[in-house]
Design a protein around this ligand. Structure first.
Ligand code: EPU
Length: 339
């Protein structure tokens, strides 16, 4: 297998920052992946697995170990009945190709997750979500290499402890598993309203009243294209911050001061506030700090216009967090993981 040395992480991550990875290899099979982990362990090299690099921020000092890119392909129907089709999909498959292929078959469940960059194996890590769907909704199980016990394991929905933009893979078990495949169950029916307001607006404006997976996918691609920069052409990692989850009393207090503050009830005690609104209201939208631009299409997104180091990004991030905290007493959190 081809193991490269000194590969800049700036070429492996869409924020395009970061120093060299000491070793880099792409695994196209589970066997290759396991061998890479085992050899690295023998040589006492730490290992990190990446997908498309679109939700990872790399440090200037690089990574003193082995970076494995997941290139494990596969797209297989494992069950089919009158109402549903279940797929097992390789962790290295491009996520949006998977959405496209299932939508072409008229299947619903992940169509609003169209045009999200990255790989299928990375999707459960941050429980990708958009426009009312998240991967946890259709997720059945996944297969992974457990680097702690040197075994292949199957984890089901419960094992993964999904929540908003979170799972065990970025929490208690961070760094432990390399996801080799995921199994999703999709539905042979159209989505039903109510839809997210932005999606409904697009459907109304375009006189779409038949909500086929393809019609919804086309709408989402258009909406995202207007608001979110394509990481292929513009250095960014999607939402740089999570939306803020606050307690109900705090949301009520903020409403007294800001009567137009948006918020979505999560449960009896919590509201989710769009962080894009908080950053915009703090007056930062469109600003450039250390070469990092707060995107005008959605202030939740940071674009690397001309930053040359992780420190540039970290300083920009910290001043945004401080500005939001000072104005609203809400502490917002970074969304992408760091290596
Ligand atoms: N808003 C503003 N100003 C902004 C941005 C947003 O006022 O600059 C307010 C508006 O009230 C708007 C609301 O925030 O109605 C929600 O905005 P939007 O629909 O654009 O979604 P979001 O909450 O900013 C989340 C996800 C996105 C996902 C969209 C659509 C997170 C961290 N982000 O963004 O995911 O596409 O919802 O459902 O939850 C990603 O993870 O990379 C990502 C792009």
């Amino acid at each position: 297998m081809d193991i490269k040395t000194n590969i800049p992480l700036s070429t492996l991550t869409t924020m395009r920052l970061g120093g060299p990875a000491r070793f880099f290899a792409e695994a196209s099979t589970v066997e290759q992946l396991v061998n890479l982990y085992r050899n690295a362990k023998k040589l006492q090299q730490p290992v990190t697995i990446i997908g498309g690099g679109s939700n990872i921020i790399a440090h200037d000092e690089g990574f003193n170990g082995l970076i494995i890119r997941n290139g494990i392909k596969g797209f297989e129907v494992v069950a089919d009945d009158g109402d549903t089709t279940t797929f097992k999909i390789g962790g290295g498959e491009n996520w949006d190709n998977v959405v496209q292929r299932t939508v072409k078959q008229g299947l619903s469940g992940i169509e609003t997750l169209s045009a999200i960059p990255g790989t299928t194996g990375a999707a459960p890590v941050q429980n990708i979500g958009a426009y009312g769907q998240e991967i946890a909704d259709t997720f059945i199980s996944l297969e992974a290499y457990d680097s702690e016990n040197d075994t292949l394991v199957e984890l089901d929905w419960q094992d993964c402890s999904f929540s908003y933009r979170h799972s065990i893979f970025r929490g208690s078990s961070q760094g432990r598993y390399a996801i080799t495949s995921i199994t999703l169950k999709l539905y042979k029916k159209n989505l039903k309203p109510p839809f997210y307001s932005g999606l409904q607006r697009y459907l109304d404006e375009n006189n779409i009243s038949e909500y086929t997976p393809q019609a919804i996918r086309t709408a989402i691609i258009a909406i995202r294209g207007d608001k979110l920069p394509d990481p292929q052409f513009v250095a960014n990692s999607g939402s740089f911050f999570k939306n803020a989850i606050v307690e109900t009393w705090q949301y009520t207090k903020l409403q007294e001061q800001y009567d137009d503050i948006p918020g979505f009830k999560m449960d009896d005690n919590h509201y989710k506030i769009p962080t894009g609104w908080l950053i915009e209201e703090a007056g930062l939208k469109g600003d450039v700090i250390n070469g990092i631009k707060i995107h005008t299409g959605n202030a939740l997104v940071l674009i690397n216009e001309s930053a040359s180091s992780y420190a540039d990004l970290a300083n920009a991030r910290d001043s945004i967090i401080s500005a939001v905290r000072d104005k609203f007493q809400v502490v917002i959190e970074q969304e992408p993981l760091e290596i």
